[in-house]
Design a protein around this ligand. Structure first.
Ligand SMILES: [Zn+2]
Length: 236
């Protein structure tokens, strides 16, 4: 049991922290958006109501089990179109109204807009949310100190590298200056993007040695931990 702890980052940015993972509550003037739904059962609405009276909708960064534990408490939810089948396969979306979103979709929370950035790699329909005005990136699992899980079903190293390169370009154009990840330290330093690029590239080209972990993938292969700077990736 992790418990649920509300954490305030800014007047309009909160996390519901469950120890190993956090969901974000991002507030506009008229609405709020909950980005992910936790790893363990909890009455997230109760925590949300302690923070705001605004109507709040749910959007998923992706469909891995550590992000979807409480989607049953929400009537409808937003998920990337490339992630919907995966979510349904987990059996968690039964009876849910899924609003399928894609690159460029904008949430208008009233005085605050969040733009969907498609980030395939960690999973096919992973997304980040970009607040262009405040220059914040809610990065899901795509950028974090991780270690980022890059083994098992749905992972794609090449797509992940391309996603990270795109985020690095956005960073260099000044489109965001702060990163709010779902795992590990938050905010993450923006240099995490470069570190993850070099980590996944070095894994793909065999230029990096991994350290053993206790984990195995679904086929019984040993999972190794690879590190570059402060960032890490779990990979077979
Ligand atoms: Zn995760």
């Amino acid at each position: 049991m992790f418990g649920t702890k509300p954490v305030k980052y800014k007047d309009t940015v909160y996390a519901l922290d469950q120890g190993m993972v956090r969901a974000f509550l991002i507030l506009g003037e008229e609405r709020g958006l909950l980005f992910d739904a936790g790893v363990e059962r909890a009455d997230l609405m109760k925590y949300i109501r302690e923070i705001t009276d605004l109507p709040v909708e749910l959007c998923l960064s992706h469909s891995d089990p550590d992000h979807i534990a409480n989607i049953g408490d929400f009537e409808k939810l937003y998920v990337h179109e490339d992630e919907a089948d995966r979510l349904r396969a987990f059996g968690k979306a039964d009876g849910k109204e899924l609003f399928l979103i894609k690159e460029g979709f904008e949430f208008d929370l009233g005085g605050r807009k969040l733009k969907v950035i498609h980030c395939p790699g960690h999973t096919p329909g992973s997304i980040a949310l970009l607040d262009e005005e405040e220059k914040l990136l809610f990065s899901g699992d795509t950028v974090s100190y991780g270690p980022v899980y890059m083994f098992g079903e749905g992972r794609d190293d090449r797509a992940y590298e391309e996603t990270l390169l795109r985020l690095q370009e956005m960073l260099e154009r000044g489109e965001f200056s702060e990163i709010y990840p779902c795992h590990n330290r938050c905010p993450a330093d923006v240099k995490a993007v470069k570190e993850l690029i070099s980590c996944i590239r070095d894994i793909m080209s065999g230029r990096i040695e991994g350290s053993p972990t206790e984990m195995r993938d679904g086929s019984g292969n040993a999972v190794l931990e690879y590190r570059r700077g402060d960032c890490g990736i779990y990979h077979i």
